[in-house]
Design a protein around this ligand. Sequence first.
Ligand code: SF4
Ligand code: SF4
Length: 443
Amino acid sequence: MDSNISYIKSLLENKFPFFGINKIRELSRLVFEITKRDGIDPKSFIEGIEFSDYRGAKTSLLKLRYPSTYSISSKDSFYLPDIDIKNSDKACLEQGEFNPENIYYTREVENTSLYERIKTLFPSSAFREILSLKEFLKDNKFSLEKYNQRRENLFLVKEKFDFFKACPCTKNVVCCNYSILNTGYGCPYECSYCFLQGYQNVSGIILPCNIKDFLDVDKIKPSHGRLFDLPRVGSGEFTDSLVFDDITLFSDDIVKFFKENRNISFEFKTKSVNIANLLKIGGADNITVSWSVNTEKMIEENEHLTPKLEERLKAAKKCAEAGYGVGFHFDPVIFYENWRKDYEKTIENIFDFIDGKYIKWISVGSLRMPAELKKVIESRFPDNKILDEELLLCDDNKLRYTKRLRTEMYEAIIHKIKKYDKNVVVYLCMETAEVWNKCGGIE
Ligand code: SF4
Ligand code: SF4
């Protein structure tokens, strides 16, 4: 990939010898994206550019790159950063048991039950004491290449501050008043669109050993979103809620706490099927286990190392039978040729497995990302197709599909869900009031 980009740059430099670095950089980005998307040879493509001036060449390339949105978008909607793809940053997509080579811990967690349990579960790992995560990071510079090795390192810490907070959401959208209980940081799965890959600065998985300190009615004070019966708290923001549950058994303490606090709703958000402990302890109506779902094609192409849709739905069915509420998150909804038919199929599959009366909510949110994540995705997943579509830069510095396309996708998904069960609570995640209203209003 590195050489393909250098090749494109040198072809452009030859064709436009009087253009400066910045102009060549922008044109290279456009040629790279068009030729990758269309699977065509850059050499003949560049030879075919008819314009010799910069403005003409760039406009013609923008029109080819953004055929549906060029004429309706402002010029600053097209995000054209330099291309900086390194083969060494490519994500490792080999399946394997989580078995960290190194387990770093701080002295204060040494007597905790999680530390003891991890010692038993991973007898051959090297246990290394560290002063603090902050000190460790000072001596261990982070890079994307190291992020790819995060499954090799587990950090056991005492979390002192970051237990509970309002979901950060984004500006100018309808917020659902969700709150987050932070049960860890880092995920072993490899979803191409994952925001953590652009956010996490630790090459490892971090688990707090003091989860009981989190579960305190004086600390958990969620707000109440008006679509829901109860104020909602959930884990699963900075890690998958259940992927490590067989190791941590956090669900023991969480389920116990929320069974004693039925005025708050708790949600485990996952793509895993790691539900054995949940089934063992049994659920309650205010505890929901929810799955992020997608079309089979998008799961196959983008949600690497995760269980297939059918496995997730079987797990959801078992959780419903064990007394938990279940939820689903169509997030991110991804645009591609057969999106409508395939998302409808996923909805059919959900209702084939689960009676609507067990479903507490379904959220829908389209693919979006901080602009800088684009470079991380193309480096880690050079074969991804999600960036080939027309994602436009918005006011909050995030890339999204147009409002028109987002609305069309939401309407199709909501319509199909409501055909199965008109009473299911459906909400949009990170969407503007304008889009909500176009999709039938804020219920
Ligand atoms: S709409 Fe989505 S991002 Fe915003 S608060 Fe709710 S869950 Fe969080
Ligand atoms: S499951 Fe969630 S946290 Fe894990 S890689 Fe996928 S998107 Fe990221």
